[in-house]
Ligand binder design. Structure first.
Ligand code: FJE
Ligand code: FE
Length: 383
């Protein structure tokens, strides 16, 4: 190998076998010199034989223990397994090939919505309009008599997750229910739902509502509900990190929710001093919404993020989080496979083209194509 080639390889960081070979060669050249010196000190014949053996073996031993990198001879170090449980995959140093970094940070400011209600909108506000397949994330904070009286939906799913208090929904097909703290309602509106969503208790009722787009082939499917009571939500706790899995998997727990648009949705609570390394499927769009406390996301040296902020994550295979504050950190991590389709939204109708939006409005107005029951119905909650 020419020196130019060797330099090139070194420059490229290639562990050239030629570099090892030349190093062994240099050591080999030293051997005769050492042998000569040694024979003069130990003159007995047994000692001579022993010495000869040592001298012959020396380069070999040197080669094995010094020149071959330790990673070749020794099994990979496993401090994670020694330190504790399965949990360590959740708390060891950056285990991702491509850790996701925060690429955008948006404060969800309060705005009026529905009837007398207030929401902190993150996804869906003009700075964060499109995070395919997500259309909207509202953190709502509502007291009676405010709420979200009768309104339609078509072409997407709504996921309502109660943080505090209770909400009652009623729809035009007679479906009625109340979700309480920790419960989830996963509603696939499909071709059409008309419903009301109103606070059920006294005082402030809080939660998150996420809108997930449906692909063109699913936009006109029959509506469907998946409801999960708090006690039935898969939970895992590992090294001071608790996960409540609303969709997908985390820390070994999995959700039974069927997601037509592949989605992961996990509510994490991290004790002070804890850290988390959570895989997030590559190619999916992902964001974090901080519900409570303060956390460091993406890079260990990043500035901490406080509640009501939405962090959009860049590409990669996982997210690392550290809670270095003096109180618990609560956030949701949401990721979804992008649909890559045109999005045309008109309020509660989300379709692929303007013509389909026109059709949706007409169907709602005339009570057709899934909105048949709309005209005769009004919820008992509406006034
Ligand atoms: C809606 C206005 C609305 N965010 N968060 C227009 F208010 C709504 C709507 C909601 C909503 C409901 C809950 Cl329970 C929580 C929300 C907006 O209902 F769908 C349209 N189109
Ligand atoms: Fe709604």
């Amino acid at each position: 190998m020419t020196t130019t080639m060797m330099r090139l390889r070194q420059h490229l960081g290639l562990a050239s076998p030629a570099i090892y070979t030349s190093a062994i060669g240099r050591l080999g050249n030293n051997t005769p010199h050492r042998r000569r010196t040694s024979t003069a000190i130990f003159p007995s014949s047994t000692q001579k034989q022993l010495l000869l053996l040592v001298i012959l073996l020396a380069p070999l031993l040197l080669f094995f223990f010094v020149l071959i990198p330790s990673s070749v001879l020794l099994p990979p170090a496993r401090p994670r397994i020694m330190s504790s449980s399965a949990s360590d995959s959740a708390s060891s140093a950056a285990p991702f090939e491509k850790p996701r970094a925060v690429v955008n940070k948006v404060l969800a400011e309060s705005q009026p919505e529905g009837q007398g209600a207030t929401v902190r909108r993150s996804i869906g506000r003009h700075e964060l309009r499109n995070l395919d397949p997500f259309l909207m994330l509202d953190e709502f904070s509502v007291s009676k008599p405010a709420g979200f009286p009768d309104h339609p939906h078509r072409g997407f799913e709504t996921v309502t997750y109660m943080l505090e208090g209770a909400f009652t929904h009623q729809d035009f097909a007679g479906h009625k229910g109340t979700i309480k703290t920790g419960d989830v309602q996963w509603m696939t509106a499909g071709r059409g739902i008309v419903h009301s969503e109103m606070p059920a208790g006294d005082g402030v009722q809080k939660g998150l509502q996420l809108w997930i787009n449906l692909s063109s082939k699913d936009k006109m499917i029959e509506p469907r509900y998946q409801e999960l009571e708090s006690k039935d939500i898969s939970r895992a706790e590992v090294d001071g990190v608790e996960a409540r899995v609303i969709a997908g998997e985390a820390l070994g727990a999995a959700s039974p929710v069927y997601t037509r648009t592949p989605t992961m949705y996990v509510d994490f609570t991290m004790r002070l001093g804890s850290r988390l390394h959570q895989p997030v499927p590559e190619g999916w769009n992902a964001f974090v919404y901080v519900v409570d406390g303060e956390g460091v996301f993406g890079r260990e040296k990043a500035a901490p993020t406080a509640a009501h902020h939405c962090l959009v994550l860049g590409p990669g295979d996982g997210l690392s989080v550290w809670n270095r504050s003096d109180r618990p950190l609560r956030f949701v991590l949401v990721a979804g496979k992008p649909l890559g389709e045109p999005v045309v939204q008109h309020g509660p109708f989300v379709m692929n083209s303007r013509a389909e939006i026109q059709q949706a409005m007409e169907d709602y107005y005339y009570g057709k194509n899934g909105f048949e029951r709309a005209s005769q119905w009004s919820s008992s909650a509406s006034s």
